[in-house]
Design a protein around this ligand. Structure first.
Ligand code: GCV
Length: 857
């Protein structure tokens, strides 16, 4: 008999059990005598800036002697943010009052300012030389008073110094004299927000900037976002989609956009805009947008001047051109340098920059042509233009040559451009890496890219050094990340995903930080300093990229997702036989893209010779990039000693098994962190465990069919604990074919196509014992079907399929995106028990079922 009754109604937006959440907020409101407390519950909206009260007496002791007075030497908006933030953070963490004044008190104080302002207040102060955005924290004894000086090379530097100091306190470190400066001047985020309020590849709700074709009236979230960005040293935000709306540069829209810049300004974050190169024609009504046409040149100059009148600290333009249907200079047989330089000239007098994206490629490649290769495009389009760009143009290059796959080599363009500013483009929004429904901590992936030694100029040149630009005598360079926060209370939906935004900022500031330093800092700030909490969360995050790679696309195959759709669940064949060029070139004999110089596309030859040599030879090419670089038979033996095909099977089983440990490991923290984020994360980990199995089975089954080679461990294709829905006794359910076939067990599911409930029944013949029952069903977007599981006629669980999946574009299909698992643990079974699944359709959701799996616990 069943030991438990599970009742869940998952919240569409949060993934948290709605009933439990409701009860909890009532309990808190009653306990604290008002509803205010419930409103202040841990939604995650503070991100890592929680400043939670330090209660440990010994930890508090070390901060007892800190001054309670904060002197603000400057009154700029950024300076005010700095002093206000310091007071807010210290008050919250240490309790008591912290006052801000503009004059030196007769007592101990923090003093904030730029060197000039500080000298004015404290003529005897001698600070270090500071980089423009750098800071120094130092102590000074003045007439028997202790002064903590936070000096910034600019007001922005001062703000960064304050955030640094607050982070030290939140992590319980001693506040010691210190000085830091950022690695590179460009430390931006891109948001792919549309004016209608949607976000391209955004997985956390609607835009914080736009709604209904306009800038939102209430920009509170925008200024909160600016604060989060500044806290990790980020200094620029491009607020609209790189697939830019043609209205962007219209005068009325610019006036609206200026309000966003106003909201970001107090945090030292400069707003920038994505612009379409056809704007002179689309907005300016010129007959052409040829970048070399004098009228077009004049139009850009006048438009840029108009922008700076409205937004004096405007950051500049981001340009996506000649890519994925966007118009560009090729329309007039001009090249990217000619186009970028026109914009650069217009921006130069205002200190603005052009970020011209290196993501230029042809999406109509001929897949029959074995020499065609999308990965070559960046180099082929930009290499010859090296040195031809103005000094305020930066080429924004995605970390890999394709498109944010779970594993790619670094783009060869980084080494090819020797005399051109560069920024690496990373992706915080997890487009190909689980869309913030899977935990995937991306810092290790980014570090792999940044640390790759390209051996440009026959010397050590890690990517991080190339993009910083200093050793190449380039004036600009740095980092851009596509972030796509949304209106979801916690910005990125999955509480763990915020580590990626934090980690991105930290790496942009200092790419030499280790993964461990970054994750440990984030965990402490986000969940507190309890050692068990810290070590558990650090461990969970640290390996999560590798785990995701294992159960999606290992050996450099790319993510193996549905690449012509929403890029979420498995969709292996979608890579092949189309113009998008993400081919894996699989046939019955072998797999992988031959990108060698000797027999393939020649892509490997785009790397500097030392690196090219490593990739060209099968004996030195690293296993994790093997199928990106080479085509090999399935029984090719890897350096690890396994065959390719066995590695594919094993890694999928290992990865799914590792994902299954997340929820139980998380459960060991129950009671040690707030209930709200605990439950939200638990629900997501349980979901991830189920979806990792969908991935595992889809990819393994597909490879089994394609290669015809059995899994040596006998797992793939053999599921003795599974009962296919179509094999159960049905009342009302009818079988349907699922496409692609590998995303349903046996390629089939069942749906209930009547208004009332349908049932599936099976007689079980399991030896007596405790079992886990998993129901694999499809949670499609329209409707909220209900399911009930009965054992010998008695209900043991029911739930509503009101999905927590990413907001897919009307995903109504049964496939690898919607396949979902509900698990009932601890069920006591006897031989001869009867199991029934009742599905109650709702609107367009026909309560689809794939299979039931009953495993011994
Ligand atoms: C904004 C990929 C994404 C697109 C994105 C594009 C880009 O193709 O799927 O959504 O467009 O990259 O980076 O421009």
């Amino acid at each position: 008999m069943a030991m438990l009754m599970i009742e869940e109604k998952r919240d569409r937006k949060t993934g948290v059990c709605g009933l439990r959440r409701f009860l909890r907020s009532i309990t808190l409101a009653v306990l604290f005598g008002s509803t205010v407390w419930a409103a202040q519950a841990e939604t995650g909206s503070a991100g890592w800036l929680r400043y939670s009260r330090i209660t440990d007496p010994s930890a508090l002791q070390q901060y007892r002697s800190l001054p309670r007075q904060i002197v603000r030497a400057d009154t700029s908006p950024v300076g005010q943010s700095a002093s206000g933030e310091l007071a807010r953070g210290l008050r919250s963490m240490l309790g008591g009052e912290f006052r801000v004044s503009s004059a030196l008190p007769d007592g101990d104080a923090f003093v904030l300012g730029t060197p000039q302002e500080l000298h004015h207040l404290l003529p005897q102060w001698r600070g270090p030389d500071l980089a423009e955005e750098g800071f120094a924290v130092s102590k000074l004894n003045e007439h028997g008073h202790r002064l903590w000086i936070v000096a910034g090379g600019s007001q922005r530097g001062e703000l960064y110094g304050v955030f640094h100091l607050l982070e030290q306190v939140a992590e319980l470190h001693e506040i010691a004299p210190d000085a830091e400066s950022p690695s590179a001047p460009i430390r931006w985020v891109n948001q792919w927000d549309n004016f209608d309020g949607s976000i391209e590849r955004g997985y956390a709700g609607r835009s914080i900037f736009f709604e209904g074709g306009h800038v939102r009236g209430d920009l509170t979230r925008v200024s909160e976002y600016g604060r989060l960005l500044a806290s990790v040293g980020l200094n620029g935000c491009t607020v609209n989609n790189v697939n830019s709306d043609l209205r962007t540069l219209q005068p009325e829209m610019l006036r609206e956009l200026a309000r966003i810049a106003d909201a970001l300004r107090p945090w030292g974050v400069r707003m920038s805009l994505s612009v379409d190169l056809s704007s002179p024609q689309a907005v300016g009504h010129l007959s052409t947008f040829d970048p070399l046409d004098p009228q077009v040149i004049a139009w850009w100059q006048q438009k840029t001047d108009e922008i700076y009148k409205l937004i004096p600290d405007f950051g500049g333009f981001v340009v996506k051109a000649d890519s994925e249907g966007r118009l560009g200079p090729s329309h007039y047989r001009r090249n990217p340098a000619q186009a970028a330089n026109v914009l650069a000239h217009a921006l130069l007098p205002h200190h603005g920059v052009v970020l011209y994206r290196g993501f230029v490629y042809n999406q109509h490649l001929d897949w029959h042509d074995l020499k065609a290769d999308r990965a070559r495009a960046g180099y082929d389009n930009f290499r010859a233009l090296d040195g031809k760009f103005e000094p305020n143009v930066v080429i924004q290059i995605k970390n890999g040559p394709i498109d944010f796959q779970v594993r790619e080599p670094v783009s060869p363009l980084f080494a090819a451009l020797q005399h051109t500013n560069q920024a690496i483009e990373l992706q915080v929004t997890q487009e190909y890496t689980g869309q913030q429904r899977h935990m995937v901590f991306l810092v290790p992936m980014w570090k792999t890219a940044l640390d790759t030694d390209m051996r440009a100029q026959n010397r050590s040149t890690p990517v991080k050094e190339i993009i910083e630009g200093k050793s190449f005598h380039r004036p600009l360079g740095g980092f851009v990340a596509v972030v796509n926060v949304g209106l979801d209370e916690n910005w990125l939906h999955h509480p763990m995903a915020m580590a990626n935004l934090y980690g991105y900022g930290k790496l942009a500031w200092d790419p030499d930080l280790t993964t461990d330093q970054i994750i440990d800092g984030w965990t402490r700030l986000t969940f507190g300093n309890n050692p068990k909490v810290v070590s558990t969360i650090d461990d969970l995050q640290r390996n999560s990229w590798h785990v995701y790679e294992e159960y999606t696309g290992p050996l450099g195959l790319g993510t193996l997702t549905d690449i012509i759709g929403i890029h979420y669940g498995p969709g292996i064949e979608s890579a092949e036989r189309n113009g998008w060029g993400q081919w894996i070139r699989a046939d019955h004999q072998g797999i992988g893209m031959d990108r060698t110089v000797a027999t393939g596309t020649g892509y490997i030859g785009q790397y500097p010779p030392e690196l090219a040599k490593i990739y060209e030879s099968l004996s030195t090419c690293p296993d994790e990039l093997l199928l990106f670089m080479h085509h090999v038979p399935y029984n090719y033996v890897l350096h690890s000693g396994k065959t390719v095909i066995q590695h594919v099977y094993d890694s999928h089983y290992d990865g799914a098994a590792a994902a299954a440990t997340y929820a139980p490991r998380w459960q060991t923290l129950h009671g040690l962190i707030d209930e709200e984020r605990y439950q939200r994360t638990l629900a997501l980990f349980e979901y991830q465990a189920g979806h990792a199995i969908v991935w595992r089975d889809a990819v393994s089954e597909w490879f089994l069919r394609m290669s015809g080679i059995a899994d040596a461990a006998g797992r793939v294709g053999h599921y003795p604990d599974r009962i296919e829905a179509e094999a159960m006794q049905s009342d009302g359910y009818t079988p349907v074919e699922v496409t692609p076939w590998e995303t349903a067990s046996g390629g089939k599911a069942v749906t209930c196509n009547r208004a009332t409930a349908c049932t599936l029944t099976a007689k079980l013949n399991k030896p007596a014992g405790i079992y886990q029952i998993a129901v694999q069903y499809f949670d499609i977007h329209p409707g909220a079907a209900q399911y009930e599981v009965l054992l010998n006629g008695k209900g043991i669980a029911h739930w509503t399929a009101d999905n927590t999946l990413p907001p897919a574009v009307a995903d109504k299909t049964l496939d690898g995106h919607t396949s979902t698992r509900f698990t009932i643990p601890g069920v006591k079974l006897e031989p001869g028990d009867t199991l029934t699944l009742r599905g109650i359709p709702n609107r367009a959701e026909p309560a689809p079922v794939d299979y039931i799996e009953i495993t011994k616990q």
